[in-house]
Design a protein around this ligand. Structure first.
Ligand SMILES: [Zn+2]
Length: 316
């Protein structure tokens, strides 16, 4: 009898454990769904841009917000939830965190001379948009960009040539205006920003889909070295993405320039005997594949999948 009693107790215990497990799983799933919705709804592209512009106004006036770096640093140990992805030039005069007066953990920054796109840069764009859920992607060119100026002059050497190759189609479009000198450079800087946006949409099905679904907006902008102000050049969202693509394609076609996809870096810039092709993954974005597969999971630190809602940085 004692043995039977024990067995009964064990069975009751097992049922309780099972019930607890089911309840826990249900609670976890509900929490996950809630936090996902929270993440997607926490901040819009407009909110994101307004925050940047408010910061830029503070930067221009010289009255920047005070920042408690040690405290913020501690808060961010468990994960990041930046509210915007910014692609800009490596130029030392254009640091996004300073010109938009933002702090640690606010901006997912990608910097490369001439703010051009290649598969590696594009991978970072996808990481910011798809994995970190930033609702806005800003492509920020700047006045007197040396990379664009070099592309108007030609004759670059070494690996800089690959940057020129990306910018040249924009220069060709700019030449259609018959502008010369610094006017041509400024025109090419503007065209380069717009062409970079088109290239992102052309080369990244993941990003394009996010824009079409209204999960991401892309904004082209230009920073003035003189005034410190940022002006909008182009806005792309679900309402005008198709129109923008068509217009840019027409511009490229009429300028006579031939766009060279980043996946086809000219062989003549690759010194013989080296094996650089392997460094350019041609299949980084398999067409029609699930977005997840394009982002290697092992580059995503576990803590970054935290449930911290986007906009934490805004709610301070
Ligand atoms: Zn530059």
């Amino acid at each position: 009898m004692k043995w039977v009693m024990n067995l009964t107790h064990i069975r009751i215990f097992e049922k309780l454990v099972l019930l607890a497990a089911v309840l826990c799983l249900a609670a976890c799933l509900a929490g996950a769904i809630a936090s996902e919705e929270e993440m997607e709804n926490a901040i819009t592209a407009d909110d994101s841009w307004n925050t940047l512009m408010e910061g830029n106004a503070r930067f221009v006036s010289g009255e920047v917000a005070s920042k408690d770096f040690p405290e913020r640093r501690t808060e961010l140990v468990s994960g990041q939830s930046p509210f915007v992805t910014v692609v800009t030039c490596s130029d030392s005069r254009v640091p996004p965190e300073l010109i938009f007066d933002q702090g640690l953990g606010d901006i997912f920054v990608i910097r490369v001379a001439g703010n051009v796109m290649d598969p590696v840069v594009l991978g970072s764009v996808e990481y910011g948009a798809e994995h970190l859920h930033t609702p806005l992607l800003v492509i920020l060119g700047h006045q007197s960009c040396g990379a664009v100026k070099a592309a108007t002059e030609g004759g670059a050497e070494g690996n800089i040539e690959s940057i020129m190759t990306e910018i040249e189609p924009a220069v060709e479009i700019a030449r259609e205006t018959n502008k010369t000198g610094s006017d041509l450079v400024e025109e090419a800087i503007d065209e380069n920003v717009e062409l970079v946006i088109k290239n992102i949409l052309d080369r990244s099905p993941i990003t394009k889909e996010m824009v079409e679904e209204g999960k991401l907006a892309i904004l082209g902008a230009k920073y003035s070295l003189e005034t410190g102000e940022v002006a909008v050049l182009a806005e792309v969202d679900s309402t005008n993405v198709a129109k923008m693509m068509t217009e840019e394609e027409e511009k490229v076609a009429t300028s006579g320039s031939e766009e060279i996809p980043a996946t086809m870096i000219p062989e003549d810039i690759i010194p013989e005997g080296t094996e650089p092709k392997s460094a350019i993954p041609e299949d980084i974005i398999p067409e029609g594949s699930e977005p997840e597969s394009a982002i290697p999971k092992d580059i995503i630190p576990e803590e970054e999948t935290s449930d911290a809602p986007i906009g934490d940085s805004l709610n301070e």
